[in-house]
Design a protein around this ligand. Sequence first.
Ligand SMILES: Cc1cc2nc3c(=O)[nH]c(=O)nc-3n(C[C@H](O)[C@H](O)[C@H](O)COP(=O)(O)OP(=O)(O)OC[C@H]3O[C@@H](n4cnc5c(N)ncnc54)[C@H](O)[C@@H]3O)c2cc1C
Length: 413
Amino acid sequence: VAPAPIAIVGASLAGLRAAQAIRAAGEDGEVAVVGAEPHLPYTRPPLSKGVLQGVEEEHTTDLGGEALEVTWRLGVEATGLDADRRELQLAGGERLAYRRLIVATGSTPREWTGPGAGLDGVVTLRTLDDSLALRERFARGPRVVTVGAGFIGCEVAATACACGLEVTMVDIAPHPMPALGPELGAWAARLHRGHGVELRTGVGVDAIEGDGRVEAVRLADGTRLEADVAVIALGAVPEISWLEGSGLSLTTGVRCDATLTSVSHPDVLAAGDVCAWPHPLTEGEPLRVEHWNNAVEQGRLAGRNALLEPRERAPHETVPSMWSDQFGLRIQAVGLPHRADSTRVLEASPDGERLVLASERRGLLHAAVAVAAPRRLLWYRREIERWTPFEEVVAAVRADEGALGPAPEVVAS
Ligand SMILES: Cc1cc2nc3c(=O)[nH]c(=O)nc-3n(C[C@H](O)[C@H](O)[C@H](O)COP(=O)(O)OP(=O)(O)OC[C@H]3O[C@@H](n4cnc5c(N)ncnc54)[C@H](O)[C@@H]3O)c2cc1C
């Protein structure tokens, strides 16, 4: 009898990288990849940028899964798991036994559940199909409101501007991209306003109004914003609904140990947006990261670890990193800016267009955010790995001729 396959649920970035790592390690047994979407793995960042704007086509998002020797089960949803019996349930009633399982089901956008939820023009953006559908709407010249000013809200607003559309961005937080802290948020607010985005921060949305289709977005302060499209960008939740009753421990995601192994079932591993694991920077607290680099790094490690016995598996300790592109500028972060005690603008170019902000937690460097300064960020990443005291970082930057320069008052405020 052939041994049961290694199964991967989620045919996207983390799932693909896991399958590639399994093959790269020389494993030649069956690998079955189950994916709810009909597409082979594709990359999502262009969906809110080039693909949405219409300057990048669908095929450019392809991640090259075709060449990989695995059994693709695409357009098939996993509906349940019996972790004790090592068996997946698939839509349609099929059961799939596995030897090892990697859960890579990612995350799913938080929906708008308030008044107006079912109106035509209330949309979320996660999949290629979502992006192509929104692009079609953009071609009709709508007035756009993004409900939420996180990464997706900001990128959609920037792209809508590039398409020549009228766009308003609303968030209950006091500034855009709250995950990167108030200093970067103040800079981002200036950036968006400078490009013509109408920004409403510190105020929530009460209702989306319309008769069959979106006509306006009503804010908690009574403002009525006329609109044709409301892009709901309220963050994402880990896709674990299909795992309820599976026996797996689920807290804010698939709860794993440092080696990305489920804390309740050593034959199950997780990777990417869905994985909650203790990172050295979180002092044992489970962390979930919803960014591209993390899905790649965790996918690879989960693939390699799945071939090993639990005691042989390596931990995932890479410093998290991410990027976002808005108005032709690349914003990048390393570390965990949302957990910082305080943040300072440590470097800026004379025109204030390039910046580095550094964050401190308990006296140590904990995160850095850069605008248009990718090479500088590599240095900060190494210092985070070394747990360098923050004041040592400040002194080193002052003495470093390769740094961008001291932050002018207007930028630092
Ligand atoms: C529009 C957009 C833009 C982004 N831009 C950036 C960026 O600029 N920089 C950055 O760092 N990150 C960005 N990200 C985040 C990045 O794309 C994600 O972190 C990454 O896709 C996570 O990969 P993943 O494989 O863990 O999950 P996902 O890519 O979410 O894939 C999960 C897959 O699992 C499938 N699935 C779910 N449930 C089931 C089930 N029960 N059965 C079978 N299949 C299932 C889903 O259909 C999906 O295909 C962006 C995300 C989006 C949506």
